[in-house]
Design a protein around this ligand. Structure first.
Ligand SMILES: CCCCCCCCCCCCCCCCCC(=O)SCCNC(=O)CCNC(=O)[C@H](O)C(C)(C)COP(=O)(O)OP(=O)(O)OC[C@H]1O[C@@H](n2cnc3c(N)ncnc32)[C@H](O)[C@@H]1OP(=O)(O)O
Ligand SMILES: NC(=O)C1=CN([C@@H]2O[C@H](COP(=O)(O)OP(=O)(O)OC[C@H]3O[C@@H](n4cnc5c(N)ncnc54)[C@H](OP(=O)(O)O)[C@@H]3O)[C@@H](O)[C@H]2O)C=CC1
Length: 591
């Protein structure tokens, strides 16, 4: 079943819905006979619904929409209460991004760390008189706040647990959303690769279905933008911008899994997901299918980003707030923990910066609402086909960057190597991961502390084991729709909502990415870099001393047991002495 099920239609202007549902033409007056609105003009006065707003991409979407489209009327965020926090509290924390204060004495020594909160947004340093300095998180929403200090008034949290019937939205909220929403961005998903199938199906597929049902009740809806992944069809080598037939009819799967015990579902999961690597990519493919089923009733766009990395330029270069995908690998390599990983040096590393994905998403929302393509348009948001960069190059630049800007308290000097050879990788895991971990834990035990290194390595091996599928091969994505969309933007919009991946300078991007993991994920202070470098020098000296002692020890053991080794040893030593005395003698003669 290789036939794509969607035909692209770029010029299909609005048609009346068959079910009497109000389409764009009724509320915006269409675009006919008018000059086309720019992106900020389009979003002006619009009510936007966003799921997954507390996630990595959702936060950047909210920030950019508020900053670049200041006339947007309101953002309705579907948020669930979590970890004892109400949804209002969570949204407020997200916007205020709590602060971390570090105090220094006159010599620049850190005296105290007082985390006022837990936001992970990074630092800006402000030196004050008297030798005290305050380092505070550079807030994700700082730039919006500069433009509009009251931006929070535009944010309306709506309580919703997406895995519950009706998304657990109250009837009053359903009524309110149905009456006012113009654009929906559906970002929420579980992105864990080891999610049990039932839960992944519940969130990635059933919740999408329910959101679509809600969308169909929205009387003024103009665009529904669904965030998928470029890897939804990773069982193919060449991926076009079409929705492929699903591995199974979603409704059938939902019905059959409903009555099945969790243990049965676990047992049959490998058979069901077939040639896909995990439940994530499998359920994202099913979600695209349920979205496609509504394309006659709604104006739909599907965005398929590849591996979403730290920001390129906005809100600040290198902004990142999680360990997902390559970020965790970079950090583990920077800390000197990860020394080896299975990856293909020559395979394309299809990273795409989060701000480019969000710019494309906002532009696609605009295009979908204004042009109303007859069928859902899919945008492969990838870099490999246009501006390729390879895992081998990534490794090189990550290592360079962490040597220039080391992480604090590294376990060993950063020196990670990737290899596609399974046996070689196993060898290095033994020599460079397990052996040092055992020694370190042994030292911890001797000093009365709890061993921890082996536990860390076991978790790391589990995580990288799940990523290797994506780093060991490459794919070809067609990204014509991305180019088409770019050509539709005004020069001004092209600058404000830049997703031209040709402009990415990879070495510079990777450097900012690594610095971003240091500043924004690990909350490390850039002014501590000299101390971190000093720590690396100490580690290097420890390594030299350890290696020398090891060689001497092995040799001592060896010559104690073998006459031949002893003879060679005496021969080499006497040769050295002879050379030494010869050079000494010849230098006295020449004087
Ligand atoms: C120089 C080297 C060069 C290298 C080149 C090679 C690089 C290859 C990179 C390939 C990336 C491929 C990504 C493919 C993306 C597909 C795109 C998408 O659509 S979807 C987007 C992609 N989706 C994903 O990436 C999801 C992948 N993640 C998962 O599925 C799960 O987190 C898990 C199974 C790895 C661990 O589960 P579990 O044991 O239950 O543990 P928890 O979840 O509770 O977390 C425990 C702790 O570990 C932390 N941590 C998390 N991840 C990593 C990491 N990678 N590493 C390190 N640490 C990591 C986590 O923060 C937490 O810390 P703390 O709070 O305790 O302090
Ligand atoms: N990151 C990446 O590399 C890529 C991501 N994508 C896609 O982009 C989208 C966003 O990804 P990303 O931002 O990285 O993911 P995150 O894990 O950072 O965010 C997921 C969001 O979904 C919300 N969510 C999860 N479960 C529920 C629930 N039961 N009820 C309500 N909300 C829920 C989370 O809310 P809460 O804070 O409450 O947990 C969070 O806001 C996803 O659709 C993903 O498939 C695609 C390609 C690559």
């Amino acid at each position: 079943m290789d036939e794509p099920s969607v035909e692209r239609d770029l010029d299909g202007l609005g048609e009346q819905a068959t079910d009497g549902h109000t389409r764009l033409t009724d509320i915006s007056g269409g675009t006919e006979g008018r000059s086309m609105a720019s992106i900020p003009e389009y979003y002006a006065g619009k009510n936007v619904l966003i799921t997954g707003a507390t996630g990595f991409m959702g936060k950047v979407l909210v920030e950019k929409l508020l900053r670049a489209c200041p006339e947007v009327r309101a953002l309705y965020l579907l948020v669930r209460p979590k970890a004892g926090q109400s949804m209002e509290q969570r949204v407020s924390d997200m916007m205020t991004c709590k602060q971390l204060l570090l105090y220094f004495d006159a010599d620049g020594l850190k005296l105290d760390t007082s985390p006022v909160g837990m936001g992970v947004q990074g630092f800006s340093v402000c030196r004050v008189s008297g030798g005290e300095a305050c380092v505070r998180h550079e807030l994700l929403f700082d730039r919006v706040r500069e433009v509009n200090p009251d931006f929070h008034l535009k944010i309306i949290p709506i309580s919703s647990e997406l895995t519950q019937p009706g998304l657990a939205i109250s009837p009053e909220d359903v009524e309110r959303l149905s009456a006012c929403i113009n654009v929906v961005f559906h970002c929420a998903a579980t992105i864990r690769f080891d999610e049990p199938l039932k839960h992944a199906l519940q969130l990635n597929v059933i919740a999408t279905q329910q959101l679509l049902s809600l969308a169909k009740q929205m009387q003024h809806l103009e665009a529904f933008v669904h965030i998928s992944t470029a890897y939804a069809n990773c069982n193919r080598k060449h991926i076009d911008e079409v929705i492929y037939p699903p591995p199974v009819e979603p409704k059938k799967l939902i019905d059959s899994l409903e009555w099945m015990d969790d243990s049965i579902v676990r047992d049959i999961t490998p058979r069901l997901i077939g040639d896909r690597p995990n439940t994530y990519t499998y359920t994202k493919a099913l979600a695209e299918c349920v979205v496609q089923q509504e394309q006659d009733k709604l104006n739909i766009a599907i965005i398929r980003p590849s591996i979403v990395g730290a920001s390129w330029q906005e809100p600040v270069p290198g902004w990142i707030d999680n360990f997902n995908g390559p970020s965790g690998v970079f950090i583990a390599a920077g800390k000197g923990i990860l020394r080896t990983m299975r990856a293909n040096n020559d395979a394309v590393a299809d990273l795409v910066p989060v701000d480019m994905v969000i710019n494309l998403t906002l532009a696609a929302g605009w295009y979908t609402a204004v042009h109303r393509p007859k069928s859902a348009l899919v945008y492969n948001c990838t870099t490999g086909g246009i501006n390729p960069f390879h895992w081998g190059q990534i490794e090189h630049h990550v290592m360079l960057s962490f040597k220039r800007n080391p992480l604090e308290q590294a376990f060993r000097r950063p020196n990670a190597n990737i290899t596609s050879n399974y046996l070689m990788n196993q060898y290095w895991i033994l020599v460079s991961h397990k052996f040092p971990a055992l020694i370190y834990d042994f030292v911890l035990r001797l000093s009365g502390q709890k061993p921890q290194m082996m536990r860390i390595f076991n978790r790391l091996h589990k995580a990288i084991g799940l990523l290797e599928y994506f780093s060991s091969q490459d794919w070809e994505w067609n990204s014509e729709n991305m180019s088409m969309l770019m050509s539709q933007l005004t020069p001004e919009d092209r600058r404000t909502f830049n997703f031209d991946v040709r402009q990415l300078n990879w070495p510079e991007y990777i450097e900012n990415y690594c610095i971003g993991t240091k500043k924004y994920v690990l909350n490390e202070d850039m002014s501590d870099i000299p101390a971190a470098r000093q720590h690396l020098r100490k580690l290097r000296n420890i390594r030299y001393t350890f290696n020398t002692l090891l060689v001497v020890f092995i040799w001592r053991v060896f010559i104690a047991r073998s006459q031949m080794a002893r003879n060679i040893w005496y021969f080499v030593v006497s040769l050295c002495f002879k050379f030494l005395s010869y050079f000494r003698a010849s230098s006295t003669i020449t004087k």
